[in-house]
Design a binder for this molecule. Sequence first.
Ligand SMILES: [Fe+2]
Length: 130
Amino acid sequence: MLKMIELPYPLTALEPYYSKETLDLHYNILYKGYVDNTNNTEEKLRVVREKRDFSNIKCLEKDLSFYGSGAILHELFFENMGPAIPTEPDIELMKQMIKDFGSYEIFKEQFTEASKTVEASRLVFVSMGS
Ligand SMILES: [Fe+2]
């Protein structure tokens, strides 16, 4: 059974970049929904196995993938955000970003646009330049 992680900081910790209301929505409503639905789907799969009736397996496996990845991605977000995170990458990361993207600004622009257009249940892979 999947359990919600504790939010590692108060709901106001990411302000002014991320409002208390927005963090509350993502933690207490959306993330909770992904965790609850992952557990509900796992229970349905347990029943399916018990009955040995796999006629709906495609739908259940898709649900498990969708809800499970939604929960994991929210945990990654919560654990990687925080009030003490520097606003600029360290020197080594900055060098690599300049090498891969041309500049830090271009990386941010590409990442921002990709983040806005890709659904929440999928990982965002930012294609690097050659
Ligand atoms: Fe969210």
